[in-house]
Ligand binder design. Sequence first.
Ligand code: NAP
Length: 362
Amino acid sequence: MEKIPVAILGASGTVGQRLVSILYKHPWFEPVALCASERSVGKPYAEAVKWKLQTPIPLAAANKTVQSCLPVQEAVLAFSALDADVAYDIEESWAKSGKLVVSNTKCHRMRSNIPLIIPELNASHLSLISKQAYPAGGAIVTNPNCSTIGLAMALKPLHDAFGIKAASVVTMQAASGAGYPGVSFMDLLDNVIPYIPGEEEKLESEPKKILGQLAEDGASIKFADFAMSAACHRVPVMNGHLEAVSVLLEKKANKEEIIEAWLAMDADTDGLKLPSSPRRPLAYDDKPERPQPRYDRMAGNGMTVSIGRLRPCAILGWKFELLSHNTLRGGAGGTVLLAELCVAKGLLSARVPAKSAELMLI
Ligand code: NAP
């Protein structure tokens, strides 16, 4: 079966190498370009990357020469895991040359006509693409911040079933969330850093866009209306963001009803048979000491959000803990699932080889 040719922008980074490891064995996509900064251009990928995964570099990637981030004719889709300082213009240049850009970066997320998508929650927001003015079918779709993803996935079923008036989150975020080399060993060991630049703003705004509704004219999102407060911390854990959440619901709900809302969540991906969909997007474990990064981050191949410790909160009504893998569900895995959703929704149908189009009808 002919696969869809894709580029990986920022292929040498923390999220980029996760993309490489997923996409070189993906049934629908085939990487044709690995792109990074001038520091890496011209080198074999194995030399350019500081590979940090436990699985080896895919053989086909290891010898591939790293390219610049200029648009590549052959690729119809670009996965972006670029440093946010340079991503805005590079992602635009790919969209302007008719490519679908699926981005991990913060740069375009909050623009009114850019979909900010968690595939299980708000697939309908993809229709914003029709309001983008990129020529020749180019478009940008985005994946939320790595901490937003777990939070929004836990809040959405509660918002649908009971309404949310207010929520508060305290995050304990893994070191890999800062990219490589990230926060220095001397700063993080034996320590917790109570500040991650820009993170609290993202957690206080992105969930409201994701849980929002398409405006009547279909040109933007009417944000969900609830108060949201975030406090973010960097902790000496390699992978997996733990979040302590408190929530004030509009309608009364008991513990069983809340857990039922999580476990019975109707996902927009149900029935689509996307290769990266976990069997359960949300899992609940009632053991008092769970979830924990070391034991729960790989739930559902790193794509399941683990929730636990639902208990009364004296201030907001209910509180709970959640854990999600920052570079899988919160990064590369989430972006690949989003690209699969775009394929399943026919967003690439005009641009891919005929045999790949057949594959999309699966
Ligand atoms: P990273 O490890 O620092 O990797 C950054 C990538 O960007 C590298 O491939 C780097 O290439 C490339 N790059 C840097 N400057 C460039 C330039 N001037 N031109 C072209 N490419 C350039 O960062 P990361 O953690 O993977 O994060 C990548 C993006 O995903 C960020 O926007 C981040 O906010 C977002 N994100 C990160 C996580 C996470 O958990 N880490 C999760 C979700 C989203 P070289 O190696 O050649 O320098």
